[in-house]
Write a protein that binds this ligand. Sequence first.
Ligand SMILES: NC(=O)C1=CN([C@@H]2O[C@H](COP(=O)(O)OP(=O)(O)OC[C@H]3O[C@@H](n4cnc5c(N)ncnc54)[C@H](O)[C@@H]3O)[C@@H](O)[C@H]2O)[C@@H](O)CC1
Ligand SMILES: [K+]
Length: 484
Amino acid sequence: MTISKLETLPQHDRSIRSSALNPRPILRLQAMRAAEMAAMKCGSSVDDLMEKAGKVAASITRSFAGNMPALILCGPGNNGGDGYVVARYLAEWGIPVSVAAYSEPKTDAAKKARSLFSGKVTSLDEAEAAPLLIDALFGVGMSRSLDNALLSKLTALSKAASLRIAIDVPSGVDTDKGSLLSDIPAFDLTIAIGALKPAHRLEPSATICGRVAVGDIDLTISNPDLIEIPKPRLAAPTPADYKYSRGYVAITAGAMAGASLLSAVAAQRAGAGYVALLGGETISGPMALVHRSWSREALADERINALVIGPGLGRDELGVQRLSMALDTSHPLVLDADALFLLSREGLDCLRNIQQPTIITPHEGEFKRLFEGISGDKLTRVTKAAALSGLVVVLKGADTVIATPDGRAAISQPAVSWLANAGTGDVLSGICGAMLARGMDPFDAACTAVWLHGEAARLAGPGMIADDLIHHLRSAFVEVTVAS
Ligand SMILES: NC(=O)C1=CN([C@@H]2O[C@H](COP(=O)(O)OP(=O)(O)OC[C@H]3O[C@@H](n4cnc5c(N)ncnc54)[C@H](O)[C@@H]3O)[C@@H](O)[C@H]2O)[C@@H](O)CC1
Ligand SMILES: [K+]
């Protein structure tokens, strides 16, 4: 698929009527270094950036932990340097603070920050636990696992503390991959310096980070290729709207009635003006849901703005036939569940003629089957899969990652764990369909759908089932709807 395919919008382009609040960039190591260089070209020095980083981290620390006595662990690089600046500010503000160094500072900026801190600095071996532990050992420059003595000291100090804060990233995570280089303790708060990094949003490190606050150091970041899925803004219907102008979603039914019904009702609640269940005559549902017999004519209806296929489709001959007919249409597509299973069996080659905007929404198992040869961390895998397939790929999970063939990607905020539940994926595919049908670009459609789905889950709370998500979609909608 080419980029021009992604740019193809349904004929009734209503993309203007939706927009997101400013997405937060997520910077990989290389992008972080580039932003740092750009700041320096504009006249900032590393010392200036470190001063800003330490000051904002100290201020966030004070808001979070009050006047709690702190022990700051400082490493040899600039993360350690940030730690010395934090120590200086906390001490100036009258907060009891002690500092322990893992080794002497090695960078010029860290040496300077160390020299400006007038308090005592002990060795790490001598460090005594305090109620607040601040980890400024290693940041994005972490390149290997922690040595055992350091790990056990960090773990013991962490256990003895009441609150734990990490500066930039917890020492021991791989910043770009979100993997753990050592079995490190979890933090209550991580203060991301300048911008979010993948490790703040990808599992397992996202859980280790705890809450994440971004400390602004005035970096200019333009056109990031990786963002956090933002809270969307969706325009309310205008007086000129009518059912078809709000988007016609067709959902393909099959062997398992409930799944396609969940998807269809989710599309209705996600704002589609007209939702038809094709080939599911025996399934009941809201009276507003249209039931159509499966036929080539019903499928060819030019008013259809998005076609969802996969939830409850089945893996038998009927499913294969319906999928093949769906792929022959030119409707924007959402492919999920059994459609993905059948595609992994038939091979991605079946998609070679697809020209329309298309979103696929695999979970890990479906993804592995579809993209057998692709390995690596989650972000890399999804980006490669999108480039290979030419589709917008949504790899679902606690840390949902969305990628486009042209290299853009987004990661969700941590999802409510109650979402690990049968039928929740069917709901997501229906919401994706509704967003495509209102004329959104497939990347924006997928981002908006994942945000609404996650918010509905948060509102539904513990014990939720997929049906509850649909119920709470309305409240999630209230939060994002703006007057047209
Ligand atoms: N990028 C930016 O714009 C800014 C970054 N700052 C801070 O600088 C940090 C990055 O600093 P650095 O690049 O100096 O890197 P780090 O401070 O993360 O650590 C690098 C040092 O640690 C050593 N090291 C790495 N892994 C180790 C291990 N397992 N055991 C022992 N030693 C290990 C390296 O050899 C190197 O000496 C950021 O995370 C942030 O906290 C801020 O000071 C200012 C602005
Ligand atoms: K750290």
